[in-house]
Write a protein that binds this ligand. Structure first.
Ligand SMILES: [Zn+2]
Length: 216
């Protein structure tokens, strides 16, 4: 069932969910930055979401209520499955897939999403490595960003922010989810790595967007 919320309000709920997922909490300043909107606009939107019972602001933080979480999870699942459909079946590149999914996430009825999930083989994550709600255990993705690990062998698990310049850079470097990477150490402000037997330097602003986990 589609919720009765407007698309912008749905997007705020989704952003709050994703901020909780990546930063542990959502703050008003993060929302203002994410949507490039005025404090007045966001406070009106938050008032509306609170009156509808989707968020709780009784503490200093913005927190999703159970209903708010449900709406956000449905949207995020639709977004990440749409991306999978676009990349895995339609062979659209992962930058466009992310952009198109922002529109598609609002349109799929639940039964069509179920079918999509089945056709895609019940994927655990989106192409960028973000977990599809309900599929991965509550603790979420385990790993550390590339700028924070000791030298050793790792595997790429997730690209933190799905921004075009970041996705383009990690793709050029071959640092896509699933890829093995050997970390050699820091060199100035770059991380020296080896991917597919090729040595390269990863600028720090890219390294902090690449989550890796150790290979045992
Ligand atoms: Zn994605």
């Amino acid at each position: 069932m589609m919720s009765e919320l407007s698309e912008p309000l749905e997007n705020y709920l989704k952003e709050i969910y994703e901020l909780e997922e990546t930063k542990g909490q959502a703050k008003v300043v993060d929302l203002i930055e994410a949507f490039s909107i005025s404090p007045g606009t966001i406070s009106k939107a938050l008032e509306r979401l609170e009156s509808l019972g989707f968020i709780d602001r009784s503490t200093k933080r913005i927190r999703l209520t159970e209903d708010g979480r449900k709406v956000a999870e449905r949207l995020i699942r639709a977004h990440r499955l749409s991306e999978r459909l676009l990349t895995d079946i339609l062979e659209v590149d992962w930058i466009r897939a992310h952009e198109l999914a922002h529109r598609l996430e609002h349109i799929w009825p639940e039964d069509v999403l179920e079918k999509m999930d089945r056709v895609l083989g019940n994927p655990a994550t989106c192409p960028h490595g973000h977990p599809i709600p309900g599929r991965i255990q509550k603790e979420g993705i385990k790993g550390t960003t590339l700028d924070n690990v000791q030298p050793g062998e790792y595997r790429v698990v997730m690209i933190v922010k799905e921004r075009e310049w970041i996705l383009r850079a990690v793709e050029d470097l071959g640092l896509i989810p699933g890829k093995r990477v050997k970390v050699e150490g820091m060199e100035g402000r770059d991380v020296r790595v080896e991917v597919d037997g090729k040595g390269m330097k990863v600028p720090i602003e890219i390294a902090e967007q690449v989550v890796v986990s150790g290979i045992r």
